[in-house]
Write a new protein. Sequence first.
Length: 269
Amino acid sequence: MNYTYIILDDDPDSVEKTKAIAKEFSELNFIASANNYTDGLNLVLKHMPDLVFLEIDPKDKASGLALNLINGLLMYLKELPKIIVTTKSKELAFDCIQYEVNDYFLKPLAAIDFVKLIHKLNKLSNEDEVLLVQKLKPKEKQDVEGIQINKNRKSFILCVKSYGDHRYIDSSEICYFQADNNSTDIHLKNGEMITAFKTLKHFETVLSNPFIRIHNSYIVNRNYISRIHTGNSLCYIKKTTIKLPFSKSYKANVDFIISEFANENYIET
């Protein structure tokens, strides 16, 4: 398979080195490069590449190149290109995990980094899909961007397929999804955890209400929420001690959950 890519880096020498290594691989096709946040954002939106090589610790901080480029893209795109961080800094690795980047290359880059990347991309393209076993229905009304309103809220079966193993999960048993780099941990009400080899973004795309994203790392089943503390930015899971954080970028989704509770058989004291 072939993959188009864009480089976002304010160091011209670094850009040329990345291009030189990538040129050795026929699967990688260069589109363009940019040295600042605004031009980079516009390039990605214009060309919609498969991959973005992103420097997040630029030489010139005024360039604005950072992980928040991902938030900028999410304002316009439902599906993001694969984000490959390229940087000299090891200290930013944890932040990258929170943003669910697809890979993290330490400079100076080496050809083996690209070999592994291509194998990983091909594996993701060819691996068994996680399927929703339910009859397709017309799209339902959306009151909040990204949240489909389903008045009937009938549960469905989520089938997680991996290497010939079919695991069937009743959606009503799922409390929440938690991002774990390029995979997702599915937490059930009985305390069991099942790992699916898909990103949290994938589940956000295929699931609808009552599954609502509240954080870069979490999608929650609102039917399992027992308490929402807006001051501490926490959602509490019923009959557990689990508290899930929600972030400012998903505050509108949390407000939607609160309004849904208020519209049900509800008494406020």
